[in-house]
Design a protein around this ligand. Sequence first.
Ligand SMILES: Nc1ncnc2c1ncn2[C@@H]1O[C@H](COP(=O)(O)OP(=O)(O)OP(=O)(O)O)[C@@H](O)[C@H]1O
Ligand SMILES: [Mg+2]
Length: 290
Amino acid sequence: MTPLIEVDGISKYFGQVIALKDISMSVDAGEVLCLLGDNGAGKSTLIKTLSGVHQHDEGRMLVEGEEVKFNSPRDALDRGIATVFQDLAMIPLMGISRNFFLGREPTKGVGPFKRYDAAHADRVTREEMRGMGIDIRDPSQPVGTLSGGERQSVAIARAVHFGAKVLILDEPTSALGVKQAAVVLRYIARTREQGIGVIFITHNVHHAFPVADRFTILRRGQSYGNFSKDEVTREEVASMMAGGEDMETLSAELAEFERTDAEEAGSAAGTPEPPEGRDPAGNTQEEERS
Ligand SMILES: Nc1ncnc2c1ncn2[C@@H]1O[C@H](COP(=O)(O)OP(=O)(O)OP(=O)(O)O)[C@@H](O)[C@H]1O
Ligand SMILES: [Mg+2]
């Protein structure tokens, strides 16, 4: 299968800053790719390149097998690559259906009698949201009164309705509580069912695991590579995000501290040996390992 979108050895520089170095990844139809990485890892830079905001300096970008170089977000949209940015670009005081059709308002009548077709907008918005499992009572309800999760859902439904083949979501769950995040994750899964390729950016491993088919993990502008879900554990992903080596060095140092601590405690007069399976602090070794 030809991937919907693919980058091959992409690099991006901002003057002296190497924001991305030699990144390769691809997304197929009906698949969720999770792009993970800590602050400053290069996640936003990568998706801005995919969505036409930035141009890459090295490497190749392909859409459905054809090499492309986008000059603007419009170019990306024309190829079916829709991005939902974190601020969502919605108008809080306007209704759900008005926001749904923002910039693409349906009209009825001709010439001077042309006007906004509210009935059509309301009907389509309601249908699209229902298709995603959300019942809207009143399509004219101001978007500002919706919960964060519902607002994200409107933005996703809008992108899908207007023909996205690839849907890019930049940290859609980062500002949400557990329940609202679950709403958005369920929505991402529904989008995948429609055969759309989803790139889901997050730095929360627990949000990534329930929906991801594959992972790309970035660290300081470089990639740890691409993994399918059955290849890695949650712990391994978290450790890579934090820079695996740093973590290993740190835990080795901590272990050394604990050992000398235990020796000192043990050699102190009258101090009984810790019971088996326990260190002097009373932690079981089971706890220590986690
Ligand atoms: N326009 C720019 N000019 C100069 N440097 C930039 C620019 N955009 C990003 N960078 C740098 O590139 C690196 C990657 O930034 P990026 O925003 O892609 O990270 P991120 O993974 O999205 O982080 P976060 O989780 O904080 O959003 C950072 O060091 C950042 O300072
Ligand atoms: Mg970012």
